[in-house]
Structures are given as structure tokens and as C-alpha cells.
Design a binder for this molecule. Structure first.
Ligand code: PGA
Length: 241
């Protein structure tokens, strides 16, 4: 894992946007693995800016999101489909038919992995990290062998995500997420973490061995991973390249 430590949240999100743009420039038909949450939001807004100012072309880009809640309709403002539309897809020239999220209707969840394979696999996967070490919604205890599957959300995850909802009771208890193997199948992976509430888990990720208790630690098995931190989330670690 290569660790890049920048000063601020803004610098991390600009860097993340830059890596996404480089990927699209090197291959306009790139397959991107995208994440929701507060960490990548500003990076998505940077992409919108690049589209508006420099006419960056997203028309051939394919995207696969990591996860989606069960029990709320795609049209609901709290669905991850709405999040992606509102923060990125509605404001760039991407073909909406090429933007995929895991289906919550069809119980054959791993069909999503087949679809990703049909498009040639994910070229660049973006990840955040939960305070408990989850990636996607792969909570502690998730096996390395998992493909896209249904999960019960950890209480800590529901509490953290309740900032987007009117109340904690409104946060769904279940979701569908790409699994650990689905994520490790990506050719390149960037995990971004900002703010001090992520400092402890970033320290554990860097210092601890691979374990199901810390799902992000499986990234140590992948040959091409960048961990992007700011001074707050990276306060206990040194940059390592
Ligand atoms: P956040 O979520 O970007 O909102 O901190 C990250 C995650 O839970 O994976």
C-alpha cells in the first residue's frame, strides 16, 4: 500500500479528483468503481467543475457503485442512486444507462459481479473507510471470499450515516454491497480518509495484520492500492511510498 499524506480535506479531494481525471484521460471508456459518503463528495464536485469549465468528456465512462440501501426506493433522496445523481451524474455528460448500483430487488446479488466482468472489470475503485474499518458495507466479520451480497448494517454505521436522514430510525438496517473479492478484483484502488474521526482506524489499518475484524486490511493483498489521508486522519502515521 502506498500512503499519501496531504494537509487538508480539500487537498485530498482535489487529489482524488485528479486521479479520476487522469484515469478517464488515459482511457475515455474507463470503468470506475464509485463510493458514496461525505469523503468523496467534494471530489465529485471537482469533476462537475472540470466538465463545465474544460468540457471533460464522460460520455463513454462506465460506473459501478459499491453499495445501496435495502428498503428505500431509488427515487428517495436518501438512496445512493439519488446521492450519485445529485452529486455527479446529473451534472456531467455521462450516459445514465452506464451508471450501475447493486440491485436490491433481485436476490441473486452476485449477478452484479458478472455485470462488472462483462464490462471488463473495474479500472479504478474509489473507497472510503468506516470508523469500524468497513469498506463498502463490508462490516467487521466479512469473509475475504465475498462477492456482492446482502448485509445487516453495524449500529455504528447507522449512527454515522444518520446525519443524512431525519432520524436514526429512518436509516435502513440492511443494504447490498460489493464484497471483499469484488473490491479486490479492481485493477487499482484508492482509499481516501479525512478528518480526525478516521485517525484511529487508519492507524490500525497500517499497523495491524490482515483480519476479518478489519475488512479494509484485505487491501494489503492487492498490488496497487493508494491510501490518501489528510493531517487529521493521518496524524498517527507516516507517509510511506
Ligand atoms: P464517509 O463514509 O465518507 O461518510 O466518512 C465512509 C464509509 O463509511 O465508508
Amino acid at each position: 500500500m502506498k500512503i499519501i499524506k496531504l494537509k487538508t480535506n480539500e487537498e485530498v479531494t482535489k487529489y482524488l479528483a485528479e486521479l479520476l481525471l487522469q484515469q478517464i484521460e488515459s482511457n475515455p471508456k474507463s470503468v470506475l468503481g464509485l463510493a458514496t459518503g461525505s469523503t468523496p463528495t467534494l471530489a465529485y464536485h471537482q469533476l462537475v467543475k472540470k466538465y463545465l469549465v474544460d468540457q471533460t468528456d464522460f460520455s463513454q465512462v462506465i460506473t459501478f457503485n459499491l453499495d445501496e440501501y435495502i428498503g428505500i426506493e431509488p427515487e428517495n433522496k436518501n438512496s445512493y442512486r439519488s446521492f450519485m445523481n445529485e452529486n455527479l451524474f446529473n451534472y456531467i455528460n455521462i450516459n445514465q444507462e452506464n451508471t450501475f448500483l447493486p440491485s436490491t430487488d433481485d436476490q441473486n446479488y452476485a449477478k452484479y459481479d458478472d455485470l462488472i466482468k462483462e464490462y471488463g472489470g473495474i479500472d479504478l475503485q474509489i473507497l472510503g473507510i468506516g470508523e469500524n474499518g468497513h469498506i463498502g458495507f463490508n462490516e467487521p466479520g466479512t469473509k475475504e471470499s465475498t462477492l456482492t451480497h446482502k448485509v445487516t448494517l453495524a449500529e455504528n454505521t447507522r449512527e454515522n450515516n444518520s446525519i443524512f436522514f431525519d432520524s436514526l430510525e429512518d436509516v435502513p438496517k440492511e443494504a447490498v454491497t460489493m464484497g471483499i473479492t469484488s473490491i479486490l478484483n479492481a485493477k487499482k484502488i484508492i482509499l481516501a480518509a479525512t478528518k480526525s474521526n478516521k485517525a484511529e482506524i487508519i492507524k490500525r489499518l497500517i499497523n495491524n495484520d490482515i483480519s476479518e475484524n478489519l475488512p479494509a486490511s484485505f487491501l494489503k493483498k492487492h498490488p496497487n492500492v493508494i491510501i490518501l489521508v489528510d493531517e487529521d486522519s493521518g496524524k498517527y502515521i507516516e507517509e510511506m511510498i
